[in-house]
Design a protein. Structure first.
Length: 276
C-alpha cells in the first residue's frame, strides 16, 4: 500500500513536470523542437494546463499593457546625432499590448519571449528612426519645437512596422531630458529665450498695430457719421427752402391776419384807415 502511494505521487510529479500552465492574463504558444511536428503551432492557447514533453514547450505572452524602458542604468539608452553630427543620448520607453491572436505568429517570427523582442528588435527600430529623423534637424530644434515631432515620428514608424506582427504600440515616450554637453545646452537655452523674447516683441507690435488700425477705423466711422448727418441736414434744409414759394408765404400771411385793416399815420398825426 505504501509502495502504491509512492508510485502515485511519483506519477503525479512526472505528469506535473510534463505540463505547463497558461495563467490569467496570458496567451500560450505551443512549439515542437524535434520530430515531424517540428515548429510552432498556429493555435493560441488560452488559460489552462497543457501537456508538454522533451520535444514540446509552451511560451507565454502577457496580454495586458506592458512597458519597457531603455535607460543609462541598463546600458540601453539610445544614441543618435543631429544634422551637424552633435551626439545626443536619450532615455526612452514604450508601452504596448500583445495581440493574443497573433502570438503564434510573433513567436514563429522571432523565436524569443516578449522582453527579448522589445529589447532587441523594437529597440533597434526606435534607434534607427531617431537616427534617420534627427539627421535632418538642428540640436536647437530637437531640444525645442521639434522634440514632440521627433517622438511622434518614432511612434508612427514603430507602430507601422510591429503592429501587424502582433505588438500593438500604445505610446513611445522620453524619459527625462535629452543628454547633450552642458555648453550646448546653455547655447540652446539662450537661443530659445532669445526666440521667445523676439516672438513676444513681435506679438506686442502686432497688438499695437491692430489697436492703431482699430482707432483709425473708429475715427473714420465717426467722421463718416458726422458727414452723413450734415448731408442729411443740408438736404432737409434744401427741401424746406424749395417748398417755400411766394404763394405759400401769402397763405401763411392770410392765416395770421386778424381781420383788421392796417392803419398808418399821416404826417399831421392823423391815423388813416386803409378801408375804402
Amino acid at each position: 500500500m505504501k509502495f502504491t502511494k509512492i508510485l502515485l505521487i511519483a506519477g503525479l510529479a512526472v505528469m506535473a513536470a510534463a505540463c505547463s500552465r497558461v495563467g490569467n492574463g496570458e496567451v500560450g504558444v505551443r512549439y515542437h523542437t524535434c520530430g515531424g511536428d517540428n515548429g510552432v503551432e498556429d493555435r493560441a492557447l488560452s488559460m489552462g494546463w497543457y501537456m508538454t514533453g522533451p520535444c514540446t514547450g509552451i511560451e507565454t505572452f502577457q496580454t495586458f499593457a506592458q512597458t519597457r524602458n531603455w535607460n543609462n542604468d541598463s546600458g540601453e539608452a539610445i544614441h543618435f546625432a543631429d544634422r551637424d553630427g552633435l551626439q545626443i543620448t536619450a532615455e526612452m520607453g514604450i508601452t504596448y499590448i500583445v495581440d493574443p491572436q497573433k502570438a503564434p505568429y510573433l513567436y514563429k517570427r522571432y523565436k524569443r519571449g516578449i522582453d527579448e523582442i522589445t529589447d532587441t528588435f523594437v529597440h533597434n527600430i526606435v534607434r534607427d528612426t531617431l537616427i534617420r529623423e534627427a539627421s535632418n534637424l538642428q540640436i536647437s530644434d530637437i531640444m525645442g519645437p521639434k522634440k514632440s515631432y521627433l517622438l511622434n515620428q518614432v511612434q508612427k514608424d514603430v507602430s507601422e512596422r510591429i503592429n501587424p506582427q502582433g505588438i500593438i504600440v500604445q505610446s513611445v515616450y522620453w524619459i527625462g531630458a535629452l543628454d547633450v554637453p552642458q555648453s550646448v545646452r546653455d547655447s540652446v537655452n539662450a537661443k530659445i529665450v532669445a526666440t521667445q523674447k523676439a516672438q513676444q516683441i513681435e506679438n506686442e507690435v502686432a497688438q499695437t498695430k491692430a489697436q492703431a488700425e482699430k482707432n483709425v477705423a473708429e475715427a473714420e466711422g465717426q467722421a463718416k457719421a458726422i458727414l452723413v448727418k450734415a448731408q442729411a441736414e443740408a438736404e432737409a434744409n434744401r427741401l424746406k427752402s424749395a417748398s417755400i414759394t411766394p404763394t405759400l408765404v401769402d397763405y401763411f400771411k392770410v392765416q395770421k391776419w386778424n381781420g383788421q385793416v392796417p392803419k398808418v399815420s399821416s404826417g399831421s398825426g392823423m391815423i388813416l384807415s386803409l378801408k375804402e
